[in-house]
Design a protein around this ligand. Structure first.
Ligand code: HEC
Ligand code: HEC
Length: 349
């Protein structure tokens, strides 16, 4: 009986150690600083396609100063930037909820809704172009759009806004501090630059950045399995680099019409809608997947609410692959490791 118990005990030990071999992290002492061979191989694979976030998204043409960022922040939260003073940038890109409003489409100053989902402003300064169809080249240019857009903030003209802000002493002072060399600093261009400078600080380092920096314990086993699947299935053909996206356009629906899977009510032609080019039909900017767990609903029209469903649809329409439920769950868990921290200084005082 005694020997039987010992055999049982030994068998148990073998099973436990065999299980923990599967994902190397548990076989190494977390305090020893050593990385198991499995972990090392996966980390190297990841480092070949992804990079960590910089501290700030610099731009030579719009140097970032604390005065300019403070002004940009004030403007970002100010409802006086909309005609009837009902909404600010933060209404659709709420920094308390990862830079989005979690609605399929957003109501503007006059209550009308646009056709597209509000993407997050977090890390957006690092995109190669702005908007789902790239019609603004950077956050500086982008910031000028929604203020004058009828279905968004509805300000009738640049002059209208300059006049409105000129009557506010606090702004007179803040513009003078942000642009100290200029005699008339309160200009529309300077509004755009200040908001953009603020956006350039909205970067969200996440557990995945720690992982890429060599802290392999920052991801749990399921997240590591998901990372491996994400790379092996080919998601990284489009979602790679610093943002896991945000650096190219691609057709949505390579293997099947996207709307058959998303049940989209309106069929948006993406890039072709502005260029008229047949070859650019249904092309959209590949979105960044940073914070994606929090930025539902998904796709350019917010047609899909569940992250797992969005993952499943991607595999079918972009890769012609059926993922198992386990693979979907693992990839979902990995994408959760991209949830970062919104800088505290950026939140409303
Ligand atoms: C009424 C809601 C609404 C308001 C207000 C609004 N936006 Fe947006 N924003 C959107 C929508 C919708 C899009 C996507 C439009 C598209 O791609 O065609 C967008 C796109 C963006 C993008 C591009 C992000 C990306 O992934 O391409 C940035 C940056 C941005 N907005 C910043 C701002 C700033 C700054 C303000 C204030 C000046 C602002 N928005 C006001 C709804 C809004
Ligand atoms: C061939 C390029 C390509 C491949 C491969 C690809 N994607 Fe995408 N992905 C896109 C494009 C383009 C969009 C935007 C579609 C739209 O909204 O119009 C997108 C959107 C997404 C979204 C929604 C993000 C948001 O904010 O709305 C998720 C999640 C996503 N992809 C995950 C994945 C996963 C997981 C894989 C691998 C199974 C994958 N993608 C493979 C191009 C690709």
């Amino acid at each position: 009986m005694k020997t039987f118990r010992i055999i049982l005990f030994l068998a148990g030990l073998i099973i436990i150690s065999a299980c923990s071999q599967k994902r190397g992290s548990k076989t190494t002492d977390p305090n020893s600083g050593e990385i198991s061979a499995n972990d090392q191989a996966l980390l190297e694979k990841a480092l070949a396609v992804f990079q960590t976030l910089p501290e700030i998204a610099e731009d030579e043409a719009n140097p970032i100063t604390s005065e300019k960022v403070a002004l940009g922040k004030a403007l970002y939260y100010d409802k006086r930037l909309s005609k009837d003073e009902t909404i600010s940038c933060n209404s659709c890109h709420n920094l308390e909820t990862f830079g989005v409003d979690n609605l399929p489409t957003s109501p503007g100053d006059a209550g009308d809704e646009g056709d597209r989902n509000s993407p997050t402003v977090l890390n957006a300064a690092l995109h190669f172009v702005q908007f789902w169809d790239g019609r603004a080249k950077d956050v500086e240019e982008q910031a000028g759009g929604p203020i004058l857009e009828k279905v968004e903030m509805g300000i009738p003209s640049k002059e209208f806004l300059i006049e409105r802000l000129s009557t506010i002493d606090e702004y007179q002072e803040m513009f003078a501090q942000a642009y100290p060399d200029q005699r008339k600093p309160l200009t529309y261009e300077n509004i755009q630059k200040a908001i953009a400078a603020f956006e350039r600080t909205l970067l969200t380092p996440s557990p995945f950045d720690k992982y890429l920096n060599g802290e392999v314990g920052a991801l749990n086993d399921q997240q590591k399995n998901g990372l491996e699947a994400f790379i092996d299935k080919g998601c990284t053909t489009c979602h790679m680099g610093v943002l896991l996206g945000g650096n190219m356009y691609h057709k949505f629906g390579i293997y099947d019409d996207y709307w058959k899977h998303t049940q989209s009510e309106k069929i948006d032609e993406g890039l072709a809608g502005i260029t008229g080019e047949e070859s650019q039909k249904f092309m959209f900017k590949v979105p960044s997947l940073r914070n994606v767990e929090k930025t539902f609903p998904y796709y350019h029209d917010g047609s899909v609410t569940e992250l797992n469903e969005a993952i499943e649809i991607m595999a079918v329409t972009q890769l012609n692959k059926e993922l198992t439920d386990q693979e979907i769950a693992d990839i979902g868990a990995f994408l959760g490791s991209l949830t970062g921290e919104v800088p505290k200084e950026a939140l409303m005082d």
